[in-house]
Design a protein around this ligand. Structure first.
Ligand code: GDP
Length: 436
């Protein structure tokens, strides 16, 4: 899969900074010949010392700009190839003109994620590290940046490789037995293989357990705010967001549709849905609002239930519910987890803390298993490791558990990308931006 010559057959070039106007823009080239193109465009006549920023004139053919140029010599560059960056003034037309000139001089426009794909193919980073980097760029919360950074730092790949190394050692003794069956695999060796696979399985189940937090880091914690009409849902929703997003009125049924808003609590993104109160209604628009409210409840990781009197509520059993005694400034004392007044602000911070605790989990450590692809691979590896363990302990023939052990090894290779198909790899990089 890692064909070395998939790499620098051509210099690729792209604007790496975001579209639009800014202080500076960066145009990046990678591949053998990048420096030759840069020399034709940049005013420096002398030698280009790698990693050194030079100030000078960038010639785009039809205009010039003053800017900076830096050369990274292979393999000590992001892509592992010769690379050059121009840092110019951040006008869209300036950056486009400089890019156009690199193309006229022989570069071709980079595809989405092609710089990172080349870095991956040249062994500069693993597939999960590349995904972590994309997670950081696309992050909508600090927790996602932190988890992305752990992936980018090869945390998952290292764990995968550690477990693969354990399996390899165990497989060597299994294979000795398959090759020389007459020397019956001794009991000690079988016990050792059992120990190893049990350790692999328990590491993998700890890894999989991270996903419940990781999924929330990646997608946010879905919170549905529920209760009868006029219970104070929209007011509380606005108080949590810190601005007036939903319309508040004392006319019951004002919130006829679901309204969404996001906020960060402890660095984690919470997606709040203010629902239309769930109640009997003959009115068509209102009924549709209620249906949407039911959908929001079904998708919720956490429900805030504004308890008003003894209103009965039937929520999905496995979803945590915080019962909120709203409008506590009016002196109401419903039985609830917490008293809140969205008008005076009393209890709002305590509610946020409780939301973090029940919706995300205070005990959650630094999770980095947040990509579904990684979770599927970890699950597959876990299942195979458990099957192998059962077979070892059940005294089944070594050929049988050798297969499961190999399957666990292959599934673990999905973290680094060494066993990933070209289709998966292409799919991952096609989601990157051009210039990354
Ligand atoms: P919803 O129908 O459940 O979304 O309820 P709203 O948020 O629209 O509020 C209904 C009425 O209760 C409005 O007149 C609000 O101003 C009032 N209200 C909401 N929260 C509070 C509160 O904490 N204290 C007081 N005093 N009034 C509130």
């Amino acid at each position: 899969m890692k064909e070395k010559n998939l790499r620098s057959d051509m210099v690729i070039s792209a604007i790496s900074t975001a579209e639009g106007r800014g202080g500076i823009a960066v145009i990046r080239m990678s591949g053998e010949g990048s420096l030759d193109i840069a020399r034709k465009m940049f005013s420096r006549k002398g030698e280009f010392v790698p990693n050194m920023m030079y100030a000078g004139k960038i010639d785009a053919g039809s205009f010039c700009d003053f800017g900076m140029c830096v050369y990274f010599r292979a393999p000590k560059s992001f892509t592992g190839e010769d690379s050059v960056e121009f840092h110019c003034h951040g006008g869209q037309e300036i950056a486009r003109g400089i890019l156009r000139r690199t193309l006229e001089l022989g570069a071709r426009l980079a595809e989405r994620g092609e710089f990172t794909k080349r870095a991956f193919l040249n062994g500069k980073l693993s597939l999960s590290a590349a995904e972590g980097m994309a997670d950081m760029i696309n992050a909508s919360s600090e927790a996602e940046i932190r988890a992305g950074f752990l992936l980018y730092g090869e945390k998952l790949t290292c764990e995968g490789k550690r477990l693969q190394a354990m399996i390899t050692t165990a497989l060597a003794s299994v294979e000795a037995d398959v090759d020389f069956p007459e020397e019956d695999l001794n009991a000690d060796s079988r016990t050792q293989i059992g120990h190893t696979m049990s350790e692999v399985a328990s590491s993998l189940s700890a890894l999989c357990a991270q996903y419940s937090a990781g999924r929330k880091i990646k997608n946010g914690v879905n919170v549905a705010i529920c209760g009868k009409p006029n219970a104070g849902k929209s007011t509380l929703f606005n108080a949590l967001l810190g601005y007036d997003r939903a319309i508040v009125s004392d006319i019951p049924g004002t919130t006829r549709d679901t309204v969404e808003g996001t906020l960060e609590i402890g660095g984690v993104l919470f997606r709040l849905t203010d629902t239309a109160g769930i109640h009997e209604s003959d009115e068509m628009v209102e009924r549709e609002g209620i249906r949407r409210a039911e959908r929001a409840i079904a998708a919720a990781d956490l429900i805030l239930y504004l308890k008003d009197g003894d209103a009965p509520a039937a929520f999905p059993q496995n979803v945590p519910v915080i019962t909120v005694g709203a409008k506590c400034d009016l002196g109401r004392k419903a039985e609830c987890d917490l008293l809140v007044s969205a008008v005076t602000g009393e209890g709002v911070d305590a509610l946020k803390e409780l939301m973090f605790e029940r919706g995300y989990g205070r005990e959650t450590g630094e999770a980095f298993l947040m990509e579904e692809r990684h979770y599927r691979a970890a699950e597959r590896a876990l299942k195979a490791a458990e099957n192998a363990l059962l077979a070892v302990r059940g005294g089944l023939p070594p050929e049988l558990y050798a297969e499961d052990m190999k399957e666990a090894y292959t599934a673990l290779g999905e973290f680094s990308g060494e066993t990933s198909s070209e289709r998966i790899i292409d799919e991952i990089f096609s989601k990157f931006c051009v210039g990354k």
